[in-house]
Design a protein around this ligand. Sequence first.
Ligand code: HEM
Length: 474
Amino acid sequence: MNESTVSAKSPVDCEPARSMLEGPPGLIGARNLLRFATDQLTFLRDLTDRYGDIVEIKLLGRPWFLVNHPDDIETVFVKHARVMGRDDYASVLERALGLGLLTSEGELWKRQRKLMSQAFVPKRIQSYADTMSQVTEAAIKGWTHGQQINLHQEMSRITMEVVAEVLFGAGVGATDGETVRSAMEVINEFFANSPEAIAKLPPWVPTLRNLRMKRAVAQIDELIFRVIARRRAGEQRDDLLGTLLTAEDESGARMSDKQLRDEAVTLFLAGHETTALALAHTLFLLSKHPDVERKLQAELAQVLGGRTPGANDVKALPYTECVLKESMRLFPPAWTTGREALEDVNVGGRHIPKGAQILLSQWVVHRDPRWFPNPEGFDPERWRDGRSDALPRYAYFPFGGGPRVCIGNHFAMMEATLILAVVAQRWRIDLLPGQVLELKPSVTLRQKGAGLRVRLRERSGVQPPENPRLRKQP
Ligand code: HEM
């Protein structure tokens, strides 16, 4: 159980510390590394079952702390935010993202967070809703009854098109769209699967993946700098990039081209893969739970009756939101969030030394029976009618927390609700026989191998709109 009623004594609560080792044995941690590398999901949950709310692990001689109690997670995210740095992996992400919001720290991050927030105020987010729905309608227009699709790939295609349209509007044509898609796939794969990323192999080592990655980043750069140059030359568009181009800090300064590029790539990458996974897992769960599916259909029929949803419909679809929340409880797209302690800190009565890596795992905490009875069950009802109000604040944190909470949180929830509403209204998704969900945790919680294959079944009586807006050409 938690022992973490932390009493603030110094800015970082350095004392008192318990010296007792509470974690698996091993000074070097080679065996831990092996288990961590082969089955991270089971390993983290086993550690939690055995050692409780704070687990110390040695990984190749370095201390790691797995923090599992919501109060202690809050301590890391909020109370100690000032002395928590990005985790080790940020340097790998920097290869594609540069120093955008996800990878930057300190004063640069602070300035950028303020500037970027201007594109994520509720009014701006609402203004993206019609684009999100219409791009989805257009993206699934080619689906046919009985067709087999790869669920993750298709959801990725849809969310990528949505982010591209919201970010650049009509600034990206069909050919550029294809370039972005294939380059982003290379980048996603690099972060998700490559030994180069896991081993943090320097980019100058000429492996095939390093070279492919370099080429993909160069393609994206060429496109984004071209779009920025057009905008600077006077092209006006009311899209997210337009907001970022004119955003000013307190001194009236705007972002440089390089900073805009880093933020645009960050939003592109952070914004499509996570939402695609949330949707793919939701559709998988719906295919396995016809009772939930029926309730979802009833809500969609009552509120939308076949029409394309807009911003005002989102609030009227509470069950749809509960389905998504429950899906992200079971399969959080961001399944861990990491921090590095920049100073010695005390968390839940445990001393965490400067330089230690801290792991907060949505995967572990979202399945803790103290907060979620029947944790393996898919039960959207647990989010209904205030039933989750009594949960500790950080028992559920798919979007992280504290000052670095996902800036796209509300954007993502609206986007996922709209895409799910459009897709589920028109199509039933049936798992193909023999398809089993196997998870592969990397930066995000993906599906193993080629991903799940499903068959599309058209719903009778729900017609797509006559002229869904197709992607505009420049
Ligand atoms: C279901 C979808 C999403 C999930 C589960 C998710 C999850 C997260 C999490 C857990 C973090 C915190 C990482 C940390 O603290 O280390 C984060 C940060 C971030 N997310 Fe998301 N995200 C989603 C969608 C989006 C979207 C749609 C966008 C943009 C359009 C976005 C942009 C970002 C950015 C820029 C950050 C860095 C924020 C900062 O450090 O200030 N995310 N996201």
